[in-house]
Write a protein that binds this ligand. Structure first.
Ligand code: PRP
Ligand code: URA
Ligand code: MG
Length: 212
C-alpha cells in the first residue's frame, strides 16, 4: 500500500482552520471542498490516459485524454459527501457511485446501509472519499466492496488519517494483487479510547451537517 501525506503550505493552512473548534459549519464545508481539490491533484497522478492528437489553429498537437472506462468516484455517506464537489471539479467526466456506511460507536465496526454503484467495475480506477481514516474499518470494507466488483485499483482520499487505520489497511491489502493508495492531508498522532483521531477535528459528519 502506498501512503501519501500531502506536504503543502496551503493544505496545512486550510487544515488548521478546519480543525479549529470555532470554525462554523459553512466554513468547514468550504474548506473541506477546497482541500479535496488540492489532494485530488496528487491523488490522480496515476489516472489512466490515452494519447490523442488535436488540431490547434496552427498544427496538430499531441496530448492525452482520460482513458475509458472513466474513473469512478465513491463518497462514503455521510461525511464523504462533503468531498464530492471538490473532487468532481477536477475530474468532471468521472462517474459517481455511493456507499452509505456508519460506524457503530460502541463496537467501532462499520455497517453498510446503502449501495448505489455499477455492478461491474472491471478495469475501473476508483477514488473513495472519506474525510476520516480512524480504525480503518470503514475504508477497508468500502475498498473490499469495490474490489469484489472488479475494481482495478483504489485510491482513498482522506483529510485526516490515524496511524492505526493506515496499519489496518496495510495489513488487509498486503500483496500486490489489490493495489491501494491513501492520500491524506495529515497523519495524526493516534486514536483515543473512543476511536476518535487525536488531535483530529472531531466528528466530521457532525461538523459538516450537524449532530444526529
Ligand atoms: O476508520 P473508522 O474507525 O471506520 O471511522 C471512520 C468513519 O467514521 C466516520 O463516519 P461515521 O460513522 O461517523 O458516519 P457519518 O459520516 O454519517 O457521520 C468517518 O466519516 C468514517 O466513515
Ligand atoms: O475522529 C474521528 C473518527 C471517526 N469519525 C470521525 O468523524 N472522526
Ligand atoms: Mg460521523
Amino acid at each position: 500500500m502506498q501512503t501519501l501525506v500531502v506536504d503543502h503550505p496551503l493544505v496545512a493552512h486550510k487544515l488548521t482552520t478546519l480543525r479549529d473548534v470555532r470554525t462554523d459549519s459553512p466554513t468547514f464545508r468550504r474548506l473541506a471542498d477546497e482541500l479535496v481539490t488540492l489532494l485530488a491533484y496528487e491523488a490522480t497522478r496515476d489516472v489512466r490516459v490515452t494519447d490523442v492528437t488535436v488540431a490547434t489553429p496552427l498544427a496538430p498537437a499531441h496530448g492525452v485524454r482520460l482513458a475509458r472506462p472513466v474513473p469512478l468516484v465513491v463518497p462514503i455517506l455521510r461525511a464523504g459527501l462533503g468531498m464530492l464537489d471538490g473532487m468532481t471539479r477536477l475530474l468532471p467526466t468521472a462517474e459517481v457511485g455511493f456507499l452509505g456506511m456508519i460506524r457503530d460507536e460502541s463496537t467501532l465496526k462499520a455497517q453498510t446501509y446503502a449501495t448505489r454503484l455499477p455492478e461491474d467495475l472491471s478495469g475501473r480506477q476508483c477514488y473513495v472519499l472519506d474525510p476520516m481514516l480512524a480504525t480503518g474499518g470503514t475504508l477497508a470494507a468500502a475498498i473490499e466492496f469495490l474490489f469484489a466488483r472488479g475494481a482495478r485499483d483504489v485510491t482513498a482520499i482522506c483529510l485526516l488519517a490515524a496511524p492505526e487505520g493506515i496499519a489496518y489497511l496495510d495489513e488487509a491489502f498486503q500483496g500486490g494483487d489489490r493495489p491501494i493508495r491513501v492520500v491524506t492531508a495529515a497523519l495524526d498522532e493516534r486514536l483515543n479510547e473512543n476511536g476518535y483521531i487525536v488531535p483530529g477535528l472531531g466528528d466530521a459528519g457532525d461538523r459538516l451537517y450537524g449532530v444526529v
